[in-house]
Design a protein around this ligand. Structure first.
Ligand code: SF4
Ligand code: SF4
Length: 269
């Protein structure tokens, strides 16, 4: 089972296309500990982690991002995807349970991943098109065992997402979506291995990206405002926002950061 796939509308498999939920459509849903299915959904599932998911979960567990990635994630290599994805690693053994689920439910609830917040909705982004802002497509997940799907109050996509704190999280990592759906990829262009590594480093391994910014010649090469440098030192989420901005320079040669004159000369010589 996969909760949210990076599909475009035209690529949605037919059964999923039939379960699309438009902006005005309503659906019923109620999830609570009294249901027989409680936590059944927290096993044997592909949960895509966003950069903010990795950061928040790592901090919650008191881990460096690199340690979190090594212990709790998988990065499958697939030809279909133009950028690497990070999946939460389920435990071995019966039911392939999520490492964070317990008797009383989700043990990381306040920092649960984006796709766990979205459930029972899934979302896909259409392929990048020149001059077109990608509009997400929402669909209803379908799991026979989920009793919550047939009861409870009525929701719309907007009210459900708001109740789960999704828009705030998406706002904090809006720069990530700009990279994933960047028009540079139109026509199936592929990044080289070095740029893919930079993408993975800056998006997912923020503690290593921090070392890259503050412990290499980065600040000699790029001209950053002193206030910004102070904010990057003080806040993980500011650093993540900056990582997305810098990646547009590093991956697509967009002028999102200023290169110092001396560094430009170094690049030319
Ligand atoms: S992170 Fe929490 S909500 Fe998501 S699958 Fe694991 S236990 Fe369930
Ligand atoms: S109602 Fe659905 S989402 Fe809630 S615990 Fe049961 S299976 Fe999971």
């Amino acid at each position: 089972m996969t909760r949210s796939e990076p599909y475009g509308v035209s690529d949605l498999p037919e059964p999923v296309r039939d379960r699309r939920v438009g902006p005005g459509d309503e659906f019923c849903f109620a999830c609570h500990a009294g249901l027989e299915c409680f936590t059944r959904c927290c096993g044997d599932v592909n949960i895509l982690l966003t950069p903010l998911d990795v950061l928040r979960l790592a901090r919650r567990l008191g881990l460096e991002t690199g340690d979190f990635l090594a212990r709790h994630t998988l990065s499958p290599i697939t030809k279909e995807l133009h950028l690497p994805v990070v999946l939460l690693r389920m435990q071995e053994g019966p039911g392939k349970r999520c490492p964070f689920v317990g008797e009383t439910g989700c043990g990381v609830y306040e920092d649960r991943p984006w796709s766990c917040r979205m459930y029972p909705l899934g979302m896909g982004l259409p392929p990048a098109r020149a001059g077109v802002e990608p509009e997400p497509v929402f669909f209803k997940c379908h799991d026979d065992f989920c009793a919550g799907a047939a009861q409870g109050q009525k929701w719309t996509v907007e009210s459900w997402r708001a109740s789960q704190g999704v828009p705030e999280r998406e706002a904090a990592e809006s720069g990530f979506r700009e990279i994933v759906a960047h028009p540079w990829f139109i026509g199936g262009r592929q990044l080289d291995a070095k740029r893919i590594e930079l993408f993975h480093l800056a998006c997912y391994d923020l503690d290593r990206f921090r070392c890259f910014v503050f412990e290499s010649s980065f600040l000699e090469r790029f001209e950053l405002e002193p206030d910004l440098v102070a904010a990057l030192r003080a806040s993980d989420e500011e650093l993540l926002r900056f990582a997305f901005r810098w990646l547009r320079f590093a991956l697509f040669a967009e002028p999102t950061v200023s290169v110092r004159e001396a560094a430009k000369k170094g690049m030319e010589s």
